[in-house]
Design a protein around this ligand. Structure first.
Ligand code: NAD
Ligand code: DAU
Length: 361
Protein backbone atom coordinates (compact mmCIF):
# COMPACT_ATOMS: atom_id res chain seq x y z
CA UNK A 1 0.00 0.00 0.00
CA UNK A 2 1.45 3.39 -0.92
CA UNK A 3 1.40 6.13 1.70
CA UNK A 4 -0.94 9.03 1.19
CA UNK A 5 1.04 12.11 2.08
CA UNK A 6 0.04 15.63 2.90
CA UNK A 7 -2.83 14.87 5.25
CA UNK A 8 -3.14 16.61 8.60
CA UNK A 9 -3.79 13.29 10.34
CA UNK A 10 -3.64 9.60 9.43
CA UNK A 11 -6.20 7.66 11.42
CA UNK A 12 -6.91 3.94 11.49
CA UNK A 13 -10.53 3.00 12.15
CA UNK A 14 -10.71 -0.73 12.87
CA UNK A 15 -13.92 -2.59 12.07
CA UNK A 16 -14.98 0.11 9.61
CA UNK A 17 -16.85 -2.40 7.43
CA UNK A 18 -19.12 -3.37 10.33
CA UNK A 19 -22.33 -1.78 11.56
CA UNK A 20 -21.11 1.09 13.73
CA UNK A 21 -17.74 1.34 11.99
CA UNK A 22 -19.17 2.28 8.60
CA UNK A 23 -21.04 5.20 10.13
CA UNK A 24 -17.87 6.39 11.88
CA UNK A 25 -15.79 6.05 8.70
CA UNK A 26 -18.42 7.93 6.66
CA UNK A 27 -18.63 10.75 9.22
CA UNK A 28 -14.85 11.19 9.40
CA UNK A 29 -14.24 10.91 5.62
CA UNK A 30 -16.94 13.51 4.89
CA UNK A 31 -16.32 15.87 7.78
CA UNK A 32 -12.51 15.87 7.70
CA UNK A 33 -11.24 15.95 4.09
CA UNK A 34 -7.80 16.83 5.50
CA UNK A 35 -7.66 13.54 7.47
CA UNK A 36 -6.65 10.27 5.83
CA UNK A 37 -9.00 7.58 7.11
CA UNK A 38 -7.72 4.02 6.92
CA UNK A 39 -10.40 1.40 7.41
CA UNK A 40 -8.65 -1.68 8.83
CA UNK A 41 -10.99 -4.65 8.68
CA UNK A 42 -10.57 -8.40 8.35
CA UNK A 43 -13.97 -8.72 6.64
CA UNK A 44 -15.40 -11.45 8.82
CA UNK A 45 -18.99 -12.52 8.20
CA UNK A 46 -19.99 -9.19 9.84
CA UNK A 47 -17.86 -6.93 7.64
CA UNK A 48 -19.45 -5.68 4.44
CA UNK A 49 -17.73 -3.21 2.12
CA UNK A 50 -21.01 -2.54 0.35
CA UNK A 51 -21.77 -0.43 3.43
CA UNK A 52 -19.13 2.04 2.28
CA UNK A 53 -19.74 2.26 -1.47
CA UNK A 54 -20.46 5.99 -1.21
CA UNK A 55 -16.99 6.80 0.16
CA UNK A 56 -14.74 4.12 -1.34
CA UNK A 57 -13.40 6.35 -4.13
CA UNK A 58 -12.69 9.34 -1.91
CA UNK A 59 -9.07 10.55 -1.94
CA UNK A 60 -8.89 10.57 1.88
CA UNK A 61 -10.12 6.97 2.30
CA UNK A 62 -8.13 3.72 2.18
CA UNK A 63 -9.24 0.18 2.90
CA UNK A 64 -6.77 -2.30 4.42
CA UNK A 65 -7.90 -5.91 4.68
CA UNK A 66 -6.09 -6.97 7.83
CA UNK A 67 -6.61 -8.97 10.99
CA UNK A 68 -6.02 -6.92 14.16
CA UNK A 69 -4.34 -10.04 15.60
CA UNK A 70 -1.60 -9.76 12.95
CA UNK A 71 0.83 -7.59 14.94
CA UNK A 72 3.51 -7.38 12.21
CA UNK A 73 1.04 -6.36 9.50
CA UNK A 74 -0.61 -3.73 11.70
CA UNK A 75 2.78 -2.32 12.68
CA UNK A 76 3.81 -2.17 9.03
CA UNK A 77 0.60 -0.33 8.12
CA UNK A 78 1.11 2.15 10.97
CA UNK A 79 4.62 2.92 9.75
CA UNK A 80 3.69 3.10 6.06
CA UNK A 81 0.86 5.53 6.74
CA UNK A 82 2.49 7.32 9.72
CA UNK A 83 -0.62 6.73 11.79
CA UNK A 84 -1.25 9.09 14.71
CA UNK A 85 -4.72 8.00 15.81
CA UNK A 86 -6.60 4.73 16.23
CA UNK A 87 -10.34 4.37 16.73
CA UNK A 88 -10.82 0.73 17.59
CA UNK A 89 -14.18 -0.85 16.83
CA UNK A 90 -13.20 -4.24 15.35
CA UNK A 91 -14.61 -7.04 17.46
CA UNK A 92 -16.75 -10.10 17.52
CA UNK A 93 -19.95 -8.45 18.67
CA UNK A 94 -22.83 -10.93 18.88
CA UNK A 95 -23.63 -12.32 22.35
CA UNK A 96 -25.31 -15.50 21.03
CA UNK A 97 -22.23 -16.40 18.98
CA UNK A 98 -20.02 -15.86 22.04
CA UNK A 99 -22.06 -18.42 23.94
CA UNK A 100 -21.43 -21.10 21.32
CA UNK A 101 -17.86 -20.06 20.37
CA UNK A 102 -16.07 -18.17 23.18
CA UNK A 103 -12.55 -18.80 21.83
CA UNK A 104 -13.13 -16.62 18.78
CA UNK A 105 -14.20 -13.80 21.09
CA UNK A 106 -11.10 -14.12 23.27
CA UNK A 107 -8.88 -14.22 20.20
CA UNK A 108 -10.28 -11.15 18.46
CA UNK A 109 -11.49 -9.00 21.32
CA UNK A 110 -8.71 -9.69 23.83
CA UNK A 111 -5.66 -10.76 21.83
CA UNK A 112 -6.58 -8.58 18.87
CA UNK A 113 -6.88 -5.49 21.04
CA UNK A 114 -3.59 -6.34 22.74
CA UNK A 115 -1.87 -6.79 19.39
CA UNK A 116 -3.19 -3.40 18.22
CA UNK A 117 -2.05 -1.72 21.44
CA UNK A 118 1.40 -3.28 21.15
CA UNK A 119 1.73 -2.19 17.51
CA UNK A 120 0.74 1.38 18.46
CA UNK A 121 3.17 1.36 21.38
CA UNK A 122 6.04 0.07 19.23
CA UNK A 123 5.45 2.60 16.46
CA UNK A 124 4.73 5.64 18.61
CA UNK A 125 7.53 5.04 21.12
CA UNK A 126 9.95 4.89 18.19
CA UNK A 127 9.01 8.40 17.03
CA UNK A 128 11.05 11.42 18.24
CA UNK A 129 7.92 13.06 19.68
CA UNK A 130 6.74 9.80 21.27
CA UNK A 131 3.08 9.83 22.30
CA UNK A 132 2.60 13.56 21.74
CA UNK A 133 -0.38 14.18 19.45
CA UNK A 134 -1.36 10.49 19.44
CA UNK A 135 -4.61 8.87 20.53
CA UNK A 136 -5.79 5.29 21.01
CA UNK A 137 -9.58 5.32 21.37
CA UNK A 138 -11.23 2.02 22.30
CA UNK A 139 -14.95 1.50 21.68
CA UNK A 140 -16.57 -0.71 24.28
CA UNK A 141 -19.98 -1.68 25.55
CA UNK A 142 -22.28 -1.18 28.53
CA UNK A 143 -22.42 -4.99 28.85
CA UNK A 144 -19.13 -4.97 30.80
CA UNK A 145 -21.05 -3.56 33.77
CA UNK A 146 -23.27 -6.65 34.03
CA UNK A 147 -27.01 -6.42 34.54
CA UNK A 148 -29.28 -3.99 36.37
CA UNK A 149 -32.48 -4.78 38.24
CA UNK A 150 -35.80 -3.02 37.58
CA UNK A 151 -34.94 -0.37 40.15
CA UNK A 152 -34.23 2.72 38.07
CA UNK A 153 -30.45 2.60 38.64
CA UNK A 154 -28.13 3.40 35.73
CA UNK A 155 -24.60 2.37 34.76
CA UNK A 156 -22.13 5.21 35.42
CA UNK A 157 -18.43 5.40 34.59
CA UNK A 158 -17.63 4.14 38.10
CA UNK A 159 -19.96 1.13 38.09
CA UNK A 160 -18.01 -2.04 38.94
CA UNK A 161 -17.24 -4.36 36.02
CA UNK A 162 -19.28 -7.56 36.27
CA UNK A 163 -19.53 -9.13 32.81
CA UNK A 164 -21.66 -12.26 32.39
CA UNK A 165 -21.39 -13.45 28.79
CA UNK A 166 -18.20 -14.55 27.04
CA UNK A 167 -18.71 -11.50 24.78
CA UNK A 168 -18.89 -9.02 27.65
CA UNK A 169 -16.04 -10.79 29.48
CA UNK A 170 -13.85 -10.42 26.39
CA UNK A 171 -14.77 -6.74 26.02
CA UNK A 172 -14.10 -6.12 29.73
CA UNK A 173 -10.69 -7.72 29.37
CA UNK A 174 -9.87 -5.54 26.36
CA UNK A 175 -10.93 -2.42 28.29
CA UNK A 176 -8.52 -3.38 31.09
CA UNK A 177 -5.66 -3.85 28.61
CA UNK A 178 -6.31 -0.42 27.11
CA UNK A 179 -6.24 1.24 30.54
CA UNK A 180 -3.13 -0.77 31.47
CA UNK A 181 -1.31 0.63 28.43
CA UNK A 182 -2.04 4.12 29.67
CA UNK A 183 -1.08 3.40 33.26
CA UNK A 184 2.07 1.41 32.40
CA UNK A 185 3.45 3.08 29.28
CA UNK A 186 1.69 6.45 29.25
CA UNK A 187 -0.19 5.73 26.00
CA UNK A 188 -2.89 8.40 25.47
CA UNK A 189 -5.95 6.16 25.60
CA UNK A 190 -9.70 6.74 25.96
CA UNK A 191 -12.42 4.13 26.53
CA UNK A 192 -16.13 4.59 25.90
CA UNK A 193 -18.94 2.23 26.88
CA UNK A 194 -22.07 2.53 24.79
CA UNK A 195 -25.56 1.08 24.96
CA UNK A 196 -27.40 -0.82 22.18
CA UNK A 197 -27.16 0.86 18.79
CA UNK A 198 -29.78 0.68 16.05
CA UNK A 199 -29.99 2.05 12.52
CA UNK A 200 -29.00 1.25 8.91
CA UNK A 201 -26.44 -1.44 7.97
CA UNK A 202 -26.75 -3.61 11.10
CA UNK A 203 -26.08 -7.30 10.46
CA UNK A 204 -29.41 -9.16 10.52
CA UNK A 205 -28.53 -11.48 13.39
CA UNK A 206 -29.28 -8.63 15.83
CA UNK A 207 -32.80 -8.06 17.13
CA UNK A 208 -33.93 -5.01 15.14
CA UNK A 209 -32.83 -5.86 11.57
CA UNK A 210 -33.65 -9.55 12.08
CA UNK A 211 -37.18 -8.78 13.18
CA UNK A 212 -37.80 -6.14 10.48
CA UNK A 213 -36.77 -8.68 7.85
CA UNK A 214 -38.84 -11.46 9.43
CA UNK A 215 -41.94 -9.26 9.56
CA UNK A 216 -41.44 -8.42 5.88
CA UNK A 217 -41.29 -12.16 5.05
CA UNK A 218 -44.04 -13.14 7.53
CA UNK A 219 -41.58 -15.31 9.46
CA UNK A 220 -41.75 -16.02 13.23
CA UNK A 221 -40.22 -13.43 15.58
CA UNK A 222 -38.22 -15.40 18.18
CA UNK A 223 -38.54 -13.44 21.43
CA UNK A 224 -36.20 -14.85 24.10
CA UNK A 225 -37.82 -15.80 27.42
CA UNK A 226 -40.77 -13.58 28.27
CA UNK A 227 -39.47 -10.58 26.34
CA UNK A 228 -39.05 -8.64 29.58
CA UNK A 229 -35.35 -7.81 29.25
CA UNK A 230 -34.63 -4.12 28.86
CA UNK A 231 -32.12 -2.43 26.55
CA UNK A 232 -31.23 1.27 26.18
CA UNK A 233 -31.31 2.12 22.46
CA UNK A 234 -29.24 4.78 20.69
CA UNK A 235 -29.38 5.73 17.01
CA UNK A 236 -26.08 4.69 15.44
CA UNK A 237 -25.32 8.11 13.91
CA UNK A 238 -25.62 9.64 17.39
CA UNK A 239 -22.97 7.16 18.57
CA UNK A 240 -20.76 8.13 15.62
CA UNK A 241 -21.13 11.82 16.55
CA UNK A 242 -20.19 11.02 20.14
CA UNK A 243 -17.08 9.18 18.91
CA UNK A 244 -16.09 12.24 16.87
CA UNK A 245 -16.53 14.59 19.84
CA UNK A 246 -14.67 12.28 22.23
CA UNK A 247 -11.82 11.50 19.83
CA UNK A 248 -11.15 15.23 19.47
CA UNK A 249 -12.07 16.65 22.87
CA UNK A 250 -12.17 13.78 25.35
CA UNK A 251 -9.61 13.73 28.15
CA UNK A 252 -6.85 11.14 27.96
CA UNK A 253 -7.27 8.19 30.38
CA UNK A 254 -10.95 8.98 30.88
CA UNK A 255 -13.97 6.78 30.37
CA UNK A 256 -17.23 8.12 28.94
CA UNK A 257 -20.56 6.32 28.94
CA UNK A 258 -22.70 6.85 25.83
CA UNK A 259 -26.43 6.12 25.87
CA UNK A 260 -29.81 7.37 24.85
CA UNK A 261 -31.75 7.47 28.15
CA UNK A 262 -34.11 5.35 26.08
CA UNK A 263 -35.04 2.08 27.80
CA UNK A 264 -37.34 -0.42 26.12
CA UNK A 265 -38.59 -3.81 27.20
CA UNK A 266 -37.90 -6.20 24.29
CA UNK A 267 -41.54 -7.14 23.83
CA UNK A 268 -42.63 -3.49 23.69
CA UNK A 269 -39.91 -2.74 21.17
CA UNK A 270 -41.02 -5.70 19.06
CA UNK A 271 -44.56 -4.31 19.04
CA UNK A 272 -43.26 -0.92 17.87
CA UNK A 273 -41.38 -2.69 15.06
CA UNK A 274 -44.50 -4.62 14.06
CA UNK A 275 -46.63 -1.47 14.06
CA UNK A 276 -44.08 0.47 12.00
CA UNK A 277 -43.37 -2.25 9.42
CA UNK A 278 -47.07 -3.08 9.00
CA UNK A 279 -47.86 0.62 8.47
CA UNK A 280 -45.09 1.13 5.93
CA UNK A 281 -45.83 -1.98 3.86
CA UNK A 282 -49.58 -1.37 3.91
CA UNK A 283 -50.69 -4.21 6.21
CA UNK A 284 -53.70 -3.64 8.47
CA UNK A 285 -52.72 -2.57 12.00
CA UNK A 286 -51.75 -5.58 14.14
CA UNK A 287 -51.53 -7.94 11.14
CA UNK A 288 -48.10 -9.27 12.18
CA UNK A 289 -48.66 -9.55 15.92
CA UNK A 290 -49.23 -13.29 15.66
CA UNK A 291 -45.65 -13.72 14.37
CA UNK A 292 -44.43 -13.18 17.95
CA UNK A 293 -43.03 -16.52 19.14
CA UNK A 294 -41.65 -16.93 22.64
CA UNK A 295 -38.57 -19.17 22.55
CA UNK A 296 -36.04 -20.56 25.06
CA UNK A 297 -34.20 -17.74 26.78
CA UNK A 298 -30.58 -16.80 25.97
CA UNK A 299 -28.23 -18.43 28.53
CA UNK A 300 -27.22 -15.92 31.22
CA UNK A 301 -29.47 -13.30 29.60
CA UNK A 302 -28.78 -9.92 31.26
CA UNK A 303 -32.03 -8.46 32.57
CA UNK A 304 -31.54 -4.75 32.05
CA UNK A 305 -28.98 -2.30 30.68
CA UNK A 306 -29.32 1.46 31.09
CA UNK A 307 -26.60 4.07 30.65
CA UNK A 308 -26.11 7.36 32.43
CA UNK A 309 -24.36 9.59 29.88
CA UNK A 310 -24.49 12.76 32.00
CA UNK A 311 -20.70 13.06 32.13
CA UNK A 312 -20.47 13.15 28.34
CA UNK A 313 -23.27 15.73 28.08
CA UNK A 314 -21.90 17.96 30.84
CA UNK A 315 -18.24 17.83 29.86
CA UNK A 316 -18.39 17.62 26.08
CA UNK A 317 -21.88 18.87 25.21
CA UNK A 318 -23.04 15.72 23.36
CA UNK A 319 -26.74 14.80 23.36
CA UNK A 320 -28.67 12.21 21.35
CA UNK A 321 -30.34 14.01 18.44
CA UNK A 322 -33.19 11.65 17.53
CA UNK A 323 -36.37 10.73 19.36
CA UNK A 324 -36.83 6.95 19.37
CA UNK A 325 -40.07 6.89 17.33
CA UNK A 326 -38.39 9.02 14.65
CA UNK A 327 -35.25 6.85 14.70
CA UNK A 328 -37.19 3.60 14.45
CA UNK A 329 -39.29 4.83 11.55
CA UNK A 330 -36.16 6.02 9.75
CA UNK A 331 -34.52 2.65 10.41
CA UNK A 332 -37.48 0.57 9.25
CA UNK A 333 -37.76 2.69 6.10
CA UNK A 334 -34.05 2.16 5.40
CA UNK A 335 -34.31 -1.63 5.61
CA UNK A 336 -37.45 -1.67 3.47
CA UNK A 337 -35.83 0.63 0.89
CA UNK A 338 -32.64 -1.47 0.87
CA UNK A 339 -34.06 -4.95 0.55
CA UNK A 340 -31.35 -5.94 -1.93
CA UNK A 341 -28.69 -5.21 0.70
CA UNK A 342 -30.54 -7.45 3.14
CA UNK A 343 -31.19 -10.18 0.56
CA UNK A 344 -27.53 -10.26 -0.51
CA UNK A 345 -26.54 -10.84 3.12
CA UNK A 346 -29.14 -13.46 3.90
CA UNK A 347 -28.33 -15.31 0.64
CA UNK A 348 -24.57 -15.17 1.36
CA UNK A 349 -23.95 -13.32 -1.93
CA UNK A 350 -22.09 -10.47 -0.23
CA UNK A 351 -19.24 -12.80 0.72
CA UNK A 352 -18.81 -13.72 -2.92
CA UNK A 353 -18.64 -9.98 -3.70
CA UNK A 354 -15.49 -9.71 -1.55
CA UNK A 355 -13.87 -12.65 -3.22
CA UNK A 356 -14.35 -10.99 -6.60
CA UNK A 357 -13.41 -7.48 -5.47
CA UNK A 358 -10.50 -8.21 -3.18
CA UNK A 359 -9.00 -11.58 -4.10
CA UNK A 360 -6.19 -10.02 -6.13
CA UNK A 361 -5.40 -6.93 -4.07
P1 NAD B 1 -20.06 -5.64 13.89
O1 NAD B 1 -20.03 -7.08 14.28
O2 NAD B 1 -21.18 -5.15 13.04
O3 NAD B 1 -18.71 -5.29 13.10
C1 NAD B 1 -17.45 -5.72 13.55
C2 NAD B 1 -16.44 -5.43 12.44
O4 NAD B 1 -15.15 -5.84 12.93
C3 NAD B 1 -16.70 -6.18 11.14
O5 NAD B 1 -16.52 -5.31 10.05
C4 NAD B 1 -15.63 -7.27 11.15
O6 NAD B 1 -15.23 -7.68 9.85
C5 NAD B 1 -14.51 -6.60 11.91
N1 NAD B 1 -13.60 -7.56 12.55
C6 NAD B 1 -13.96 -8.61 13.34
N2 NAD B 1 -12.86 -9.29 13.72
C7 NAD B 1 -11.79 -8.63 13.18
C8 NAD B 1 -10.37 -8.84 13.23
N3 NAD B 1 -9.84 -9.88 13.88
N4 NAD B 1 -9.57 -7.95 12.58
C9 NAD B 1 -10.11 -6.91 11.91
N5 NAD B 1 -11.43 -6.68 11.80
C10 NAD B 1 -12.26 -7.53 12.43
O7 NAD B 1 -19.94 -4.83 15.22
P2 NAD B 1 -20.65 -3.45 15.65
O8 NAD B 1 -21.99 -3.75 16.16
O9 NAD B 1 -20.44 -2.46 14.60
O10 NAD B 1 -19.74 -3.07 16.93
C11 NAD B 1 -18.53 -2.34 16.75
C12 NAD B 1 -17.88 -2.14 18.10
O11 NAD B 1 -18.76 -1.42 18.96
C13 NAD B 1 -17.54 -3.44 18.83
O12 NAD B 1 -16.31 -3.26 19.48
C14 NAD B 1 -18.67 -3.60 19.84
O13 NAD B 1 -18.22 -4.30 20.97
C15 NAD B 1 -18.97 -2.16 20.16
N6 NAD B 1 -20.37 -1.86 20.58
C16 NAD B 1 -21.41 -2.27 19.80
C17 NAD B 1 -22.71 -1.92 20.18
C18 NAD B 1 -23.91 -2.33 19.34
O14 NAD B 1 -25.05 -2.10 19.77
N7 NAD B 1 -23.74 -2.86 18.15
C19 NAD B 1 -22.93 -1.18 21.35
C20 NAD B 1 -21.82 -0.81 22.12
C21 NAD B 1 -20.55 -1.14 21.72
O1 DAU C 1 -25.56 -3.22 24.95
C1 DAU C 1 -24.65 -3.12 23.90
C2 DAU C 1 -24.62 -4.40 23.12
O2 DAU C 1 -25.82 -4.47 22.36
C3 DAU C 1 -23.42 -4.53 22.21
O3 DAU C 1 -22.25 -4.52 22.98
C4 DAU C 1 -23.50 -5.80 21.38
O4 DAU C 1 -22.41 -5.86 20.47
C5 DAU C 1 -24.79 -5.79 20.60
O5 DAU C 1 -24.95 -6.98 19.87
C6 DAU C 1 -25.98 -5.60 21.55
O6 DAU C 1 -26.15 -6.78 22.39
P1 DAU C 1 -27.59 -7.39 22.72
O7 DAU C 1 -27.40 -8.81 23.09
O8 DAU C 1 -28.33 -6.51 23.66
O9 DAU C 1 -28.28 -7.24 21.26
P2 DAU C 1 -29.22 -8.23 20.42
O10 DAU C 1 -29.73 -7.45 19.26
O11 DAU C 1 -28.56 -9.54 20.16
O12 DAU C 1 -30.43 -8.49 21.43
C7 DAU C 1 -31.21 -7.42 21.95
C8 DAU C 1 -32.19 -8.02 22.94
O13 DAU C 1 -33.15 -8.82 22.22
C9 DAU C 1 -31.57 -8.97 23.96
O14 DAU C 1 -32.23 -8.84 25.20
C10 DAU C 1 -31.81 -10.35 23.39
C11 DAU C 1 -33.12 -10.19 22.64
N1 DAU C 1 -33.27 -11.03 21.43
C12 DAU C 1 -32.30 -10.99 20.49
C13 DAU C 1 -32.42 -11.75 19.34
C14 DAU C 1 -31.31 -11.73 18.30
C15 DAU C 1 -34.43 -11.77 21.25
O15 DAU C 1 -35.34 -11.78 22.09
N2 DAU C 1 -34.54 -12.52 20.10
C16 DAU C 1 -33.57 -12.55 19.15
O16 DAU C 1 -33.72 -13.28 18.13
Amino acid sequence: MTAKNGFKRNIIITGGAGFIGNHVVRLFVNKYPDYHIINLDKLTYAGNLENLKDVEERPNYTFAKLDICDFEAVLRLMAEQDVDGIIHLAAESHVDRSISDPFTFARTNVMGTLSLLQAAKTYWEGKPEGYEGKRFYHISTDEVYGALKFDGTLFTETTRYQPHSPYSASKASSDHFVRAFHDTYGMPTIVTNCSNNYGPYQFPEKLIPLFINNIRHKRPLPVYGKGENVRDWLYVEDHARAIDVIFHNGKVAETYNIGGFNEWKNIDLVKVLIRTVDKLIGNPEGASLDLITYVTDRKGHDLRYAIDSTKLSNELGWHPSLQFEEGIEKTVRWYLDNQEWMDRITSGAYEKYYEEQYANR
